[in-house]
Unconditional design. Structure first.
Length: 341
């Protein structure tokens, strides 16, 4: 037995990983009943907007209700946004820095009665929390709604400062349902070969492939293209206009594969993504949860494949424990029913 084989047997023994069996199949989340928009007694005009756009665009949802919506993000013209605010705006969707910039210069948020924070764990991280606290002051005691797939200390501390906060926790019921997870134990030099084999064997509608650095994202995308596959890449150091173009092209189906940094893990839904591959395994459970959550959207099933090196073995065990999930060794054949419905 070679040294690598001895190492693999040792860490498998330490982690007590089971052989593949039926436990790694997830339940069929598409059988859920009673969760239609009509069940919530919404206004007919709002339902019309939902049915027309699938809940994808806020501006379109309110068009039958005469609700004016505005989207404002960094990297776009501040002057244009200021001009748009001379007309009434009922719903403002934006990034914290841009919204705060508008509030400091021209927009009055005094009448804002609801402040919604999607991906609250990110917005309440040290990077953004000072901006959020300034926004709250501008709004003068709004109702604050926090939405997050994870609940770190930063969110808890902020929540505990609110007046009589109410918490709804669905994590025990929803975490990772519909996503089958496997790992492949590999050496670093084998990763590209394994990825090529996965492309050949899996029935991929669209895939997102995650790397742990900007350099590796660009490097891998170039190698995938050299293998003859259509592939885009996206990361935080690209210009916003370029990121927007890549995202819209990918969502429209112009390419099958997207290589990404963790920029793509939050708030981005592409219905046809049925496979997520962690080319580089993440360091923590929150990142892992957000990454593989890109598959299995809108009630569909999804598949997550993790390429694990010897150095990743303890991260694998810790993430399984923290998420109370099981990541099984990849079988010779993956049944298409696990991720193609």
């Amino acid at each position: 037995m070679s040294a690598d084989e001895e190492d693999e047997e040792q860490w498998k023994s330490e982690l007590k990983l089971p052989a593949p069996d039926e436990r790694f199949k997830t339940e069929d989340v598409t059988l859920t009943k009673g969760q239609e928009f009509e069940d919530y007694f919404l206004k007919r005009e709002l339902l019309m907007g939902i049915f027309e756009k699938g809940s994808a665009v806020v501006r379109e949802l309110g068009k039958h209700m005469r609700v004016e919506c505005m989207v404002s993000t960094g990297g776009t013209s501040l002057k244009d946004d200021i001009m748009r605010l001379y007309k009434p705006v009922h719903v403002l969707v934006g990034t914290p820095g841009r919204v705060l910039d508008l509030a400091d210069k021209v927009a009055s948020l005094a009448k804002v009665h609801t402040l919604i924070m999607d991906e609250a764990d990110k917005l309440l991280s040290p990077e953004f929390q000072p901006l959020i606290e300034r926004l709250v002051v501008h709004c003068q005691k709004p109702q604050i709604c926090l939405f997050s797939a994870t609940f770190p200390v930063s969110v808890k501390d902020f929540k505990d400062k609110l007046d009589s906060p109410y918490e709804i926790n669905l994590m025990d019921d929803l975490t990772l349902k519909g996503i089958t997870q496997f790992y492949a134990f590999v050496e670093e030099r084998q990763k590209l070969h394994i990825l090529h084999a996965l492309f050949a064997k899996l029935e991929i509608n669209q895939s997102v492939i995650f790397c742990n650095s900007v350099h590796r994202v660009e490097q891998l995308a170039k190698k995938i293209t050299q293998l003859g596959y259509s592939c885009f890449y996206i990361h935080a150091k690209m210009q916003q206009s370029h990121r927007n173009r890549v995202f819209h092209e990918f969502r429209s189906g112009s390419t099958r594969h997207l290589v990404s940094s963790d920029l793509f893990t939050r708030g981005i839904d592409v219905q046809s993504v049925n496979v997520v591959i962690n080319f580089d395994f993440p360091k923590n459970s929150e990142t892992y949860l957000h990454r593989i959550g890109r598959a299995g959207r809108f009630g569909h099933l999804g598949l997550a494949i993790n390429l694990i090196t010897f150095d990743d073995r303890f991260n694998l065990f810790r993430i399984e424990s923290e998420l109370a999930t099981e990541i099984g060794p990849i079988p010779p054949t993956i049944e298409r029913e696990l991720y193609c419905r």
